[in-house]
Design a protein around this ligand. Sequence first.
Ligand code: PEP
Length: 256
Amino acid sequence: MSKQRTKLVVGNWKMHGRLADNAVLLEAVAQGVRGLQGAVKVGVCVPHPYLAQTQALLAGSPVQWGSQDVSAHEQGAYTGEVAADMVAEFAATLAIVGHSERRGYHHESADVVGIKAERALAAGLTPIVCVGETLEQHEAGLAQQVVGGQLDAVLAKLSPADAARIVVAYEPVWAIGTGKSATAAQAQDVHAFLRARLAQKGAAVGAVTLLYGGSVKPENAQELFGQQDIDGGLIGGASLKAQDFLAICSAAAAAL
Ligand code: PEP
């Protein structure tokens, strides 16, 4: 069983959703989470255009919401970008930064991810900093080296007080959307490594919430979340089905 840190489960909708479908999903999640009676913190990170709808439907519920990215810039001539302050205006509290799909498809460097984490914090958002190795790096035994470097680039930009406010999500790229999750033991190994690395910046930083992401499903969630250093999950595909997402949230409660 894991230590008694509060569990956190966050859905990453990626580029999915339409107003009508979102309404059904958000209402079901808000309703279902009430049954957990606060045992688990739950959030959803939605596409930017749906922040207003999400705010309207989740306000007053225990579910938090946020974005899947923020700009590295505060404001200005950056067409298509969305500033962290803009996200915060919708009463959002979360912002994913450094998702592997952004690092990969949009060539975001480790340095840019660090700046995005800073921007999110400055706007009062909790950055969920994603780190993870590719299949090639995994097979070459480089997982710790890669995730350590990605984490260091973020920590280098933050004071210990700010670093203690982040959430870190270990998401092996080879496990995202593939149906092939890391085993609980593999994930725990990397989480223990990340926690030790965080703790080098201070005890409070070592206690930050560490999520696992990559093909989490109702069937494997409890075993993953029961590991010593796994404080919950970042959930992609399964967060689009209320029943699966709520089952994963219940698994987090059962792993406490
Ligand atoms: C993700 O995109 O953050 C993710 C974990 O995706 P999936 O759960 O679909 O693997």
